[in-house]
Design a protein around this ligand. Structure first.
Ligand SMILES: [Zn+2]
Ligand SMILES: [Zn+2]
Length: 144
């Protein structure tokens, strides 16, 4: 329900006094309609249908805004973006990426996250940026 998501996003932005510009809202809507992950390039192509003058900085600024406010996630290993199910809050994340259909299953298991952080701490390692992504074939692709 993209419209419902949009209402929730607008509410969060109003509460946090964030500038949810028409452009940011449009990119948000494109993301919400998207099943799985999408690249900035593909988003730009979609944005151009709506705004023929759209340039890469337009899309990157909007994506930065959406990332910063936890509406979307970056999928590092395929250089793409994914709508966040949790919406507007930080959470642990592990991604399962289907190499066939490009669907991305987002897990948010705190136990995995804690174990990972504990292991890093044991090695005396201070994590600045953490990415847990696995590639493979999803159930749908396996059974069809
Ligand atoms: Zn999320
Ligand atoms: Zn698949």
């Amino acid at each position: 329900m993209p419209d419902l998501l949009m209402l929730r996003a607008q509410k969060i932005c109003a509460q946090k006094k964030l500038r949810f510009t028409p452009n940011r809202q449009y990119v948000f809507q494109l993301m919400a309609k998207q099943k799985g992950a999408i690249s900035a390039y593909d988003l730009l192509e979609k944005l151009k249908l709506h705004d023929t003058k759209a340039q890469p900085p337009t899309i990157y600024r909007a994506l930065d805004f959406l990332l910063e406010n936890h509406f979307i996630h970056r999928v590092e290993s395929i250089n793409a973006y994914l709508m966040c199910d949790h919406f507007g809050c930080e959470h642990p994340m592990q991604l399962l990426i289907c190499d066939q259909c490009k669907n991305v299953i987002a897990l948010s298991d705190p136990v995995i996250d804690d174990a990972f952080l504990a292991q890093a701490k044991q090695s005396g390692f201070k994590i600045a940026n953490k990415v847990l992504e696995a590639h493979g074939i999803c159930y749908n692709c396996l059974t069809h």
